[in-house]
Every structure is written in structure tokens, then in C-alpha cells.
Design a protein around this ligand. Structure first.
Ligand code: HEC
Ligand code: HEC
Length: 259
């Protein structure tokens, strides 16, 4: 009999998840991508949606919560979305529309977005570069080592894989499908882990995150959230410089940067 090792246990779901995510049935834009001009036009439309919504009922400007530069509001747990990939942002908004991505705040706001609107606003936020914002949460130094261990090595005796297997070195994500979690606020990370654990958020392929989060104790959730919140998020965008309108670059934000 083959005794499954921690590695084999997680390679299968990992491959499955990657295939599923890679298939991206839901991710095609009505028209095919043409030249950079079209991409620039979509980014400009995405910027309009971010600034003022698309004009249809219920559609509030994303910037009211995520800010125009996508840094979010760490103090109230609104996530950073700047530089998250277009694929991931698109998937999350579609998930909110379909009710699989738990988000009481965005629920009413995104219902009137067309697929093209979503693609545009996803593209816009994927290109915005913004520094990490100050996270006012309390950090407990006694949890740091535990958070780091879970993140980097996992807790194999309880079949909990290292987070960085999927979320990349230092939590910086594995584009395009695995989101970065480094530099998100502690309260946002804790909130998401809890909602996976109690199965409110069910948009994770194959229930991977639900499986992992439900095995973590509250103390471990706190520790690992704190660890990733203390790291620097990636600051990148996938759009070539030439297609990035000047005004979209590094827009100063009122919240004070961390350092
Ligand atoms: C009223 C505030 C609010 C508005 C307006 C809003 N969001 Fe959100 N958004 C949130 C909150 C809060 C979350 C975290 C999930 C939750 O707790 O509901 C979130 C989550 C997200 C996520 C998932 C982030 C992740 O890391 O998984 C994306 C992407 C997102 N919003 C994009 C948008 C876009 C694009 C718009 C504009 C069309 C928008 N949001 C408008 C509050 C808002
Ligand atoms: C087997 C792969 C895998 C592993 C291991 C993994 N994750 Fe995830 N995680 C994902 C995927 C995929 C998503 C995106 C789910 C979705 O589509 O909403 C995700 C999403 C998340 C989110 C929500 C991100 C956001 O922006 O809303 C958090 C927080 C998170 N993971 C934390 C962790 C932590 C902490 C660990 C380690 C204890 C971990 N993950 C291990 C695959 C994984």
C-alpha cells in the first residue's frame, strides 16, 4: 500500500487547481485582444469605473473603498487590489456576482457590471502601482515565529501545506492565478481565513483554501495573517509602459505609507 506523504497529498489538488484555474472558461472577453490601443482604451474605461462607476444603478465608484490607487483601507479591512492580476480580480468580481465570493460590501455594487466593464476595471487595477499603506492593527511579537513557520513550512503533521507553495515566495503571488497575500492588512487576512473556514467564501477551486483554513486554530490564523501583513506586497503591473497612461502611475494617496 502506498502511504500518501504530505507532498503527494497536496500535489494532486495543486495540479487540479492549476488546471482548473488555467482553463479560465469564464475569462474570455467578447472581442479578442487586438493592439495596444485597445488595451489602453480598456484601461481608460476601467479607470472611469474606478473613479465614478459605469453610470448604471447601484454602481458605486470602486475608489470609494479601494481608493483610486488600489491600496484599499487597511484600517477597516478593505483589501489592497493594486497589482493583483487581471485574471484574479476578474474572477473575484464574477464570484461576487454569482454569490460564491462572499462579499457583503460589494454585492450590490458589482451586479450591474458587464463582463467588459469587469475586464476593464480588472486591467486598470492590475496596472496600478502603489506602495504599502500603514496597517494600524496590533502585532503580537510572540506570534511572529509561528506565523512564519506556517507560511514557509506548513504544519505537515496536520496536513497543512506551506502557504508559499501556492502564494509564492514571501506571499508575493504566483501570477496569474494565485493572489499575492503579502502586504494585505492583518484584519483583511484574518477575515478571509475565517470566512473560508466557516465556508462563507466558497470561490476557491477544489475547496483548497476552505480545507486549509478550517484546520487552523484561531491563534494560527492570527499568527499567519500577522506574518503576511508584515511583508511587502509586490508592486508591479502587467501592462507595458507604453500603454500605461501617465496619469495612472503612482497616484499619491492620503493614507500614510508604512515607512
Ligand atoms: C463599499 C465598499 C466597496 C466598494 C464600492 C467596492 N469594494 Fe471591492 N471590496 C470591498 C470589501 C470590504 C472587500 C473584501 C471582501 C468583503 O469583506 O466584502 C472587497 C473585495 C474586493 C476584491 C477581492 C480582493 C481580493 O484580494 O480577493 C476585489 C477584486 C474588489 N473588491 C474589486 C472591486 C472593484 C473593481 C470595485 C468597483 C467596481 C469594488 N471592489 C467596489 C469593498 C468595496
Ligand atoms: C494549494 C494551494 C494553496 C495553498 C497551499 C494556500 N492557498 Fe491561499 N489561496 C489559494 C487560492 C487558489 C486562492 C484564491 C481563491 C479564490 O479564487 O478566491 C487563495 C486565497 C487565499 C486568501 C484570500 C486572498 C485574497 O486576496 O482575498 C488568503 C488570505 C489565503 N489564501 C491565505 C493562505 C494561507 C494563510 C495559507 C497557508 C496556511 C494558504 N493560503 C495556502 C491557494 C492556496
Amino acid at each position: 500500500m502506498v502511504v500518501p506523504t504530505p507532498k503527494t497529498l497536496f500535489v494532486v489538488p495543486l495540479v487540479l487547481a492549476t488546471t482548473l484555474l488555467g482553463a479560465g472558461q469564464d475569462l474570455t472577453l467578447p472581442e479578442t485582444w487586438a493592439a495596444g490601443d485597445k488595451e489602453a482604451a480598456l484601461i481608460a474605461w476601467g479607470h472611469t469605473i474606478a473613479m465614478q462607476g459605469n453610470g448604471l444603478p447601484g454602481n458605486t465608484a470602486c475608489a470609494e473603498c479601494h481608493r483610486i490607487n488600489g491600496g484599499g483601507m487597511p484600517s477597516v479591512g478593505i483589501p489592497r487590489i493594486a497589482g493583483q492580476t487581471e485574471t484574479y480580480i476578474y474572477r473575484e468580481i464574477r464570484g461576487v456576482q454569482k454569490g460564491t465570493r462572499y462579499s457583503p460590501y460589494m454585492d450590490g455594487i458589482v451586479q450591474n457590471l458587464s463582463r467588459k466593464d469587469i475586464r476593464s476595471v480588472a486591467l486598470y487595477y492590475s496596472t496600478v502601482r502603489t506602495p504599502k499603506l500603514h496597517d494600524p492593527a496590533e502585532f503580537d511579537p510572540s506570534l511572529r515565529e509561528l506565523g512564519r513557520r506556517i507560511a514557509r513550512r506548513g504544519l505537515w503533521d496536520r496536513n497543512i501545506p506551506a502557504c508559499i507553495l501556492c502564494h509564492g515566495q514571501n506571499g508575493r503571488g504566483i501570477p496569474p492565478n494565485f493572489p499575492y497575500i503579502a502586504g494585505q492588512s492583518k484584519s483583511y487576512l484574518m477575515g478571509q481565513l475565517l470566512s473560508f473556514a466557516i465556508v462563507k467564501r466558497k470561490d476557491d477551486p477544489e475547496g483548497l483554501m476552505r480545507g486549509i483554513a478550517s484546520k487552523l486554530t484561531n491563534r494560527e490564523i492570527k499568527a499567519v495573517a500577522q506574518y503576511f501583513a508584515s511583508l511587502e506586497p509586490p508592486v508591479y503591473g502587467k501592462i507595458p509602459e507604453k500603454n500605461r497612461p501617465d496619469r495612472l502611475r503612482l497616484i499619491p494617496d492620503k493614507e500614510t505609507p508604512n515607512r
